[in-house]
Design a protein around this ligand. Structure first.
Ligand SMILES: C[S@@+](CC[C@H](N)C(=O)[O-])C[C@H]1O[C@@H](n2cnc3c(N)ncnc32)[C@H](O)[C@@H]1O
Length: 425
């Protein structure tokens, strides 16, 4: 198959989907594939990525269609190829003829005896489209393209907004930009974007959201550190920390360093950024170097206080804890299908350990901003309620007039949760 053919992209995307369904992380699998094919042109990389990400965003639907059309299991590679082709059929119905032909070509290269099955299943899908679509409306995992347990949790927590959040969670994510104020104003950068023909919106927290994502190389001044790619929802952290010059600040779970960098761009504070994973720690230092920022960066488990804390209390702590990442699933659509309902309690337990370990390092009168990119209460509101029940010196502080902020996935930003806690002086 020629590397620029749709059949080739189908088979590569199918290999990624197959790995994810066997438990692999999508980004890691894609990076592994790119490392083996350094010669791929940008067009092939982009096509494979779009197909794999799109197929997994739509997996609830593709899976339901195949359950109805297949009478016996197929080899995993062909099953994954059908998922990719079904995704493409639905997203580009005007190309149906090409999609079927190219999927059959890909099957012929993978497992020649099964090309007839691939042809038959895809044609069946087209022939029975109206009937199948009507059935899928009644299948909630297919209709909302999320696992049922996820839908139920969201529905229970957000009776008015759950459907909009699920729909936004199935869209392609927006590209948010953060202007480095140490190297120019947001106004000046916004007009440069305009001149470069990059349409955008400016949000209440001064984040810029591009109308269409572009490669970072196309962003004016990216290499020179004038701008960073950061979701608009993540850009509330620096503001809600209420930073001031000279404060001693801890970012306890810092990689890849987006919020740490934003802190340093906001005020001349003394920042310590901790990160558990040494490979990810390097990304913090790389980001600081590009942006011209100086902060102390260390690899450490923030729960092991004795190993990293010198006993001097912090005025501000950012606890951007590891979580289910359910608020950013459209960027990592493998999450929707790899997470299990009982994973959430394990994340919550880990987050509680982190909070309990950090609290003694906060100065009396200081504050801790708790952040997740989760939409599940157990990691968010309930986590904070339980924390306050355990720590009599913790006070809830309103954020912009509300006890906490839950951002749900939206056209402008991803899903995040923020809660602010102060320590009694
Ligand atoms: C949500 S991400 C942080 C994102 C980061 N604040 C940013 O804005 O770029 C959570 C990070 O915490 C790290 N982590 C997980 N457990 C940790 C621990 N016990 N101590 C320090 N870092 C931890 C993870 O490796 C991950 O990089």
């Amino acid at each position: 198959m020629p590397a620029d053919s749709l059949a080739f992209s189908f088979s590569c995307a199918a290999a990624l989907v197959e790995s994810v369904l066997a438990g692999a992380n999508l980004t890691d699998a894609f990076e592994g594939m790119l490392a083996q094919h350094p010669d791929w042109p940008d067009g092939t990389r982009g096509a494979v990525r779009d197909l794999a990400w799109g197929t997994l965003r739509d997996y609830g639907r593709g899976d339901a269609v195949l359950r109805r059309l297949l009478h016996k299991p197929l080899p995993e590679s062909i099953h994954a190829l059908l998922l990719v082709a079904l995704h493409r059929l639905e997203s580009r119905p005007e190309q149906a003829h090409t999609v079927v032909n190219q999927a059959v070509e890909a099957a012929a290269a993978l497992m020649p005896p099964l090309k007839g099955v691939v042809n038959g299943v895809l044609r069946n899908r087209q022939r029975n489209a109206a009937e199948l679509d009507a059935e899928l409306v009644a299948d909630q995992a297919a209709y909302y393209r999320h696992p049922s347990w996820w839908i139920e949790r969201l529905r229970a927590s957000f009776p008015d907004d759950w459907e909009a959040a699920l729909a936004a969670g199935n869209e392609r994510p927006p590209m948010g930009l953060r202007v480095n104020r140490l190297r120019g104003s947001v106004d000046a950068y916004a007009s440069e974007l305009e001149t470069a023909g990059l349409g955008h919106r400016r949000l209440a927290n001064d984040a810029l959201v591009l109308e269409r994502p572009v490669a970072v190389a196309a962003l004016p001044g990216f290499a020179a550190g004038r701008v960073s790619v950061q979701d608009a929802g993540a850009q509330w952290a620096a503001r809600w920390l209420d930073l001031a010059a000279g404060q001693r600040v801890l970012d306890a779970c810092a990689a890849p360093g987006g919020k740490s960098a934003h802190i340093l761009e906001t005020a001349p504070v003394e920042l310590l950024s901790l990160e558990l994973d040494p490979v990810r720690t390097r990304r913090i230092a790389d980001n600081f170097a590009r942006l011209g920022l100086a902060g102390e960066v260390r690899t450490a488990d923030c729960r092991e206080r004795a190993k990293w804390w010198d006993g001097r209390p912090f005025d501000r702590i950012l606890a951007d804890v590891p979580c289910s990442a359910s608020g950013v699933a459209r960027r990592h659509p493998d999450i929707k299908w790899l997470r299990r309902a009982d994973d959430i309690a394990r994340f919550a337990a880990q987050q509680a350990e982190i909070l309990d370990a950090l609290w003694p390092t906060l100065a009396p009168g200081g504050s801790l901003l708790y952040v997740t990119c989760s939409v599940f209460d157990e990691e968010n509101a309930r986590q904070i309620e339980r924390f306050c029940a355990r720590h009599a010196d913790a006070l809830r502080v309103d954020i912009d007039g509300r006890p906490a902020r839950q951002l749900l996935p939206h056209a402008d930003h991803d899903g995040f949760y923020y809660a602010l806690l102060a320590k009694r002086a």
